[in-house]
Design a protein around this ligand. Structure first.
Ligand code: BGC
Length: 419
């Protein structure tokens, strides 16, 4: 930490050190990540939950029309997907709505009623009868301990959600109750899906060889097929990884968050938090008298603001904001690349060959320079082996994958699902 009297350039230099995540740190992180993966898979205490998804990658021959609900980011989506059975699909219709803030933080029943009402509106907007029979995949992008393909309890909310009466409950039961309250009893929930699993499955439906499903958006996480579990896809929940020690700004963000002490890796990487880290830094610089104005309320600076700052050619105070935004987002890209490398290296020991990571989320898709920073860091850290790695954008994969998993699950008799 520098003193209030030091120049702005010196202060930026000290911040550069605070936010540096270099190759040596990456090497240590990979080793720790593997230890935590091993413990999590063995059922020992671990910050990586390594949750079973109760599904494997698809064959590409799954067929039929399915609905999908996608809850877990800033927007809630409803989709109708037609699977051709020959590795292609069509999104017949999709709608998107912002989740009302009061439902994210209010009563869980109201949140599920909002979901059911959105599905109802979707059916009428599509000209589909509300008393028809539909198979549905439910993407619920939070840590869930599944007990079968159609059941699982929310372990803990993340990403600022705090709705009451949901933690510890089976979210499929909550959804089905809301559907019944809405008079949509003909909708049958066939599969409960994490968004990373949906992303991996959607890309794998189109072609073989995809090894990793990754989300780099409001939150962050990844999944992969685990050879030790006969190819069942494991949801890592890497947002909870505790092997990365952040700096004083990360600690301040965590302390004031809705879930202090949890999701520390996610808080350093994902889109929900990057603007807030930058705001905390600028706030500190303002208190030190190095930048002029106060910088607004908590979470008023979003990653969309950071995108614009980084893409523009700012002057004056914005020049400092841009420099800080670059430090924070570059560290995020380096951390994400390192976590991807850790999982690919783990997989690599199981099955050598080309490695494809299907990635969805606004940071990866839209943030200027993010993808390039990830690739460059991966190449530095993995050397020659980075050549085998390909990042592929899997846009909207989470919802499409839920429809595919619903198709797989609808073939499974309900009473044998938990085996
Ligand atoms: C959740 C994960 C999810 C990720 C990306 C995290 O906050 O815990 O389940 O996959 O966000 O949406």
């Amino acid at each position: 930490m520098s003193t209030p009297g030091s120049s702005l350039e010196d202060r930026l230099e000290s911040l550069r050190k605070d936010f540096l995540f270099d190759e040596a740190a990456a090497g240590r992180l990979v080793a720790r990540f593997h230890e935590e993966m091993r413990s999590g898979l063995a059922g020992r205490a671990s910050s990586l939950k390594m949750l079973s998804s109760f599904t494997r990658r698809p064959t590409g021959r799954e067929k039929g029309r399915f609905l999908a609900l996608d809850l877990g980011g800033t927007n809630f989506r409803v989709l109708a997907v037609e699977l051709s059975g020959d590795r292609s699909f069509e999104v017949v219709r999709a709608t998107r709505a912002a989740i009302p803030r009061e439902d994210m933080g209010g009563d869980g029943v109201a949140l599920f009623d909002f979901v059911a009402a959105s599905l109802d509106a979707f059916l009428s907007g599509s000209g589909l009868p509300r008393d028809g029979k539909y198979g549905l995949g439910f993407t619920f992008s939070f840590p869930v301990r599944q007990t079968g393909i159609r059941s699982g309890a929310l372990i803990q909310w993340t990403k600022g959600f705090t709705a009451s009466g949901v933690e510890g409950k089976d979210v499929v039961v909550l959804l089905e109750a809301a559907l019944r309250r809405r008079g949509l009893g003909g909708v049958s929930v066939e599969a409960l899906v994490n968004d990373t699993v949906g992303t991996l499955v959607a890309r794998s439906y189109e072609r073989e060889g995809c090894e990793l499903g990754v989300i780099l958006g409001t939150g962050t996480n990844a999944c992969y097929p685990e050879k030790g579990k006969d190819g069942v896809i494991v949801n890592i929940e890497w947002g909870g990884f505790a092997g990365f020690a952040g700096n004083s700004f990360d600690r301040a963000l965590d302390a004031a968050s809705a879930n202090p002490g949890s999701q520390l890796f996610e808080k350093a990487v994902s889109g929900m938090y990057l603007g807030e880290i930058v705001r905390l830094v600028l706030d500190q610089l303002a208190r030190e008298g190095l930048v002029p104005a106060p910088v607004g309320a908590p979470y008023s600076l979003t990653s969309e603001h950071l995108s614009r700052l980084v893409a523009g050619s700012p002057t004056g105070g914005d020049r400092v904001a841009r420099a800080v935004a670059e430090l924070v987002t570059t560290r995020s890209a380096h951390l994400a690349a390192t976590a991807i490398a850790a999982v690919l290296l783990w997989r690599g020991e199981q099955a050598p060959g080309e490695r494809v990571a299907a990635i969805d989320g606004s940071l990866f898709e839209k943030f200027p320079g993010y993808r390039e920073a990830m690739s460059a860091f991966l190449a530095q850290g993995m050397g020659e082996r980075a050549r085998e790695v390909r990042f592929e954008l899997a846009h909207d994969g989470s919802g499409i994958g839920a429809a595919i998993i619903a198709a797989i699950a609808s073939e499974v008799p309900r009473k044998s699902e938990a085996t």
